[in-house]
Design a protein around this ligand. Structure first.
Ligand code: EPZ
Length: 421
């Protein structure tokens, strides 16, 4: 299995270009199943997850061509099967996002349950609640662990989400755009990726209003056409490089970052003493102006502090004097990186959904693993400031979600190489 070797590096400096957002392109690719006409997607990040979803959509009937590294042409003249097979769904839980489009276009969907992952059980009952409210009959076959749904034509409905689930909001939106009548989603997720999906659907001829707020209204239409759409920059990649500037006490210009999408991360970095300046090219982040201090983090649905930056930020907090408290409110098991950071000499105690970081002790290089996509990035950040060499295994997690990860860090002065066993 491939590994990263990371060595203590000088403060990072220079500029980095942010790629298209993984968590925007995945639902948008699924939404392309809703039209027989061609959709062209620009700024698509070259990621393992995009490749996996390409395989699944092709299996279903989509014709997908890479016009270039970051441009996809997708059209689905007809749906060959309404089944998302286990061997594809198991590779990526976001595959469950084909359920809504399949139900909307064919009146049928059989999707294997994505199953949990290291950060949590990842149930989908909120997705199913929305589909049922719209008239779908759910056959939840526990034995075969797939969900089968059918419906002649979905009917508009009013749906309240017990939790502002990103995936459930997206799946219900994609089901509702071709339903008969109007659907209202209350307590909807407000993430920028929801807005990007809504913009894409509206370019196809859908009528989605209110995306980015807690109430989204979708008026069903008969048919959707093709369109051209550029994927928004990845706010989590942006946050990762913002924290990289802070932890290495460096200075990085993060080009084409969207400041509005990283307000919570910016506020917390400023609380730690990091300088963040908006420029016409993006965000200039300086970890080398003030001595950095501790702060407390509470992950919340957008626009609160994003759970996906919790582990990178925790790596930073191990390097500042004083104690910090991190509370993880989104996923029930997203502290797997704590044990790995403690192996590097950090002093972090877990108490339920809280982690207390006693910062300031220098980190030591060690053999660690990447326990999820973002925790892997956190281990790289820790390795950049730890004495000696840090060897990071299971880096496939990282390469699922960060385009040209090693190249981007090396260009900023990081000492990191990828080795294949
Ligand atoms: C999306 O996952 C992202 N993935 C995640 O990013 C991100 O961490 C998460 O949103 C929260 O922001 C993609 O967009 C592909 P949720 P999603 O449904 O949609 C519970 C990354 O690193 N829940 O908002 O699965 C769930 O268990 C990944 O890029 C239910 O209980 O997130 C979790 O505790 C990791 N029932 C919480 O809600 C449901 O039916 C948030 O889940 C659905 C969700």
């Amino acid at each position: 299995m491939a590994k990263y070797l990371v060595q203590k590096s000088n403060p990072l400096s220079g500029e980095v270009e942010i790629s298209g957002a993984k968590n925007a392109v995945l639902p948008i690719m699924a939404a392309a199943l809703l039209s027989e006409e061609e959709c062209t997607l620009f700024d698509v990040p070259a990621l393992r997850d995009v490749d996996v979803l390409t395989q699944l959509l092709t299996h279903i009937g989509a014709v997908i061509k890479k016009a270039d590294t970051n441009t996809l042409n997708i059209y689905t003249p007809k749906i060959n099967t309404y089944e998302a097979p286990f061997e594809l769904v198991k590779k990526m839980r976001a595959s469950f996002l084909v359920a809504g489009p399949l139900l909307a276009r064919t009146g049928h969907a059989r999707v294997y349950m994505p199953g949990g992952c290291t950060i949590g059980a990842r149930p989908v009952e909120l997705h199913l609640k929305g589909f049922q409210a719209m008239g779908a009959e759910i056959i939840n076959n526990e034995i075969k662990s797939f969900v089968e749904m059918s419906c002649d034509r979905l009917q508009g409905a009013s749906i309240y989400l017990d939790f502002p689930s990103v995936g459930a909001t997206e799946n219900i939106m994609m089901a509702a755009v071709l339903a008969e009548g109007t659907t209202i989603i209350e307590n909807a997720a407000e993430e920028p990726e929801i807005v990007d999906l809504a913009n894409f659907l509206n370019k196809m001829g859908a009528r989605v209003k209110g995306a980015g707020t807690e109430t989204i209204k979708i008026e069903g239409v008969e048919k959707l056409g093709g369109c051209k759409h550029g994927i928004i920059p990845d706010r989590i990649e942006t946050g990762t490089f913002m924290v990289a500037a802070a932890i290495t006490r460096g200075e990085i210009l993060i080009k084409n970052a969207v400041p509005d999408h990283v307000k919570a991360i910016t506020a917390k970095l400023i609380e730690c003493g990091v300088v963040v300046e908006k420029t016409d090219e993006g965000l200039l982040v300086k970890g080398n102006v003030n001595p950095l201090v501790s702060t407390n983090i509470k992950t919340m649905p957008y626009p609160g502090f994003p759970t996906d930056i919790q582990s990178p930020f925790m790596a930073l907090l191990t390097t500042v004097e004083g104690s910090s408290v991190v509370i993880e409110n989104i996923f029930e098991n997203r502290f797997m990186h704590v044990a790995e950071l403690n192996r590097m000499g950090a002093n972090i105690k877990i108490d339920g959904r809280s982690a207390i970081i006693y910062g300031g002790r220098p980190l030591q290089g060690a053999q660690v693993i990447s326990t999820d996509l973002r925790a892997g990035a956190a281990m790289v950040l820790a390795g950049l400031v730890a004495e000696g060499t840090t060897e990071i295994a299971e880096i496939y997690h990282i390469e699922r979600g960060y385009e040209n990860f090693v190249e981007k860090f090396r260009k900023l002065g990081a000492t990191i190489i990828r080795i294949d066993d």
